[in-house]
Design a binder for this molecule. Structure first.
Ligand code: TRP
Length: 331
């Protein structure tokens, strides 16, 4: 690989990707490919901590990979792959699990959260999930990890594990840092704008899927929850309008004050129509590229097979080093 810093990130294959994923992650990842060595994985091993329907899991995993490419992440410049295709992720996760404390895992807020939401299936994978995430990152000697605020705690744990391991065995892992770049806008639910827009939300009106068509997008934005004040300004307490301002700003590359000015004195109906059109315009080319990729199965297959091969080469190198340091007999 070229002498640039390494970036790793991934998306779970457990639902549709939303406008939030596009604005907050994928679109920004596409900009990193010139300055970094990037690996972007569809982290399918992670997604089975919650029960999945096999046929759907398969469809979604492939969909996400295609959305990476459709968002402008070039498979020649980046390594795109399915986590389950590179066995070293699970292998390193086992090792790292032996260097992680129960107490550390118990403190993870996402675990506490998910185990309340899936109280009927608090499996040990849900508990050890941050270890697998640490393995994802450390396998590639990752320097920087672009993650949302909900993953900061997991990244912090990955750092702690790396430092601990290095402390015992010498410099084995690069200690990763969060990538703080251009702040990706945080897109909230259209139905409950105090919550993040989520691909696993039960109410499809709460999110814009990256593959929603123009009419659906316009309809969903029209139905977005706002307030009764009738004023288009960004202000505390106006969560719905704040969210629409943020979205419009992000998809048109305008600042919030610019957008406020553009719509000052106008009604919510008119504003929502403009937001809907702008979002549709932004996602249309992505959907078109996605459709083209869907017609080109061979290319997609070649891409992820090649990606897995390149990822495995790097992962195997780190794992060999780890096994050697621990004292396993070389094969
Ligand atoms: N846990 C992340 C999420 O749910 C996904 C993920 C898995 C990830 N492994 C990763 C993100 C490694 C960054 C780096 O969003």
């Amino acid at each position: 690989m070229e002498d640039k810093k390494t970036i790793f990130s991934g998306v779970q294959s457990s639902g549709f990707l939303t406008l939030g994923n596009y604005i907050g992650a994928l679109r920004n990842w596409a900009k990193l490919q010139y300055d970094y060595n990037c690996l972007f994985s569809v982290v399918d091993l992670h997604s089975i901590t919650v029960r999945q329907v096999p046929a759907e899991l398969k469809r979604r995993a492939l969909e996400i990979l295609k959305l990476y490419i459709a968002s402008g992440i070039d498979p020649e410049k980046n390594i795109l792959f399915f986590q389950s295709h590179v066995p070293q992720h699970a292998e390193l996760a086992w090792v790292l699990g032996c260097y992680t404390y129960m107490g550390e895992l118990s403190r993870m807020t996402q675990f506490k959260d998910k185990s309340t939401r899936h109280a009927d299936n608090i499996n040990s994978g849900l508990f050890t999930y941050p270890i697998l995430m640490a393995a994802d990152i450390l396998l590639y000697q990752t320097d920087l990890v672009p993650v949302g605020s909900d993953q900061k705690q997991h990244l912090e744990l990955a750092r702690d594990i790396a430092i601990r391991f290095n402390g015992i065995y010498g410099d084995v892992f690069t200690v990763p840092e969060p990538y703080i770049g251009e702040v990706g806008a945080r897109v909230m639910s259209l139905q409950d704008p105090t919550k993040k827009m989520s691909k696993s939300d039960e109410n499809p009106n709460s999110y814009i899927a990256m593959l929603d068509d123009t009419d659906t997008i316009i309809r969903k934005i029209k139905r977005a929850v706002t307030d009764s004040e009738g004023e288009i300004v960004f202000r505390e307490g106006k969560d719905g309008i704040n969210n629409l301002l943020t979205i419009y700003g992000a998809v048109t590359d305008k600042t919030i004050p610019e957008v406020e000015k553009e719509f000052s004195g106008r009604g919510y109906g008119e504003f929502k129509a403009a937001v809907g059109e702008a979002v549709a315009d932004c996602l249309r080319p992505v959907r078109q590229r996605f459709d083209e990729l869907s017609k080109n199965k061979d290319y997609v297959e070649k891409t992820y097979k090649e990606g897995a091969k390149r990822a495995e080469y790097l992962a195997a190198k780190t794992l060999r080093k780890v096994y050697k340091k621990i004292g396993f007999i070389e094969r």
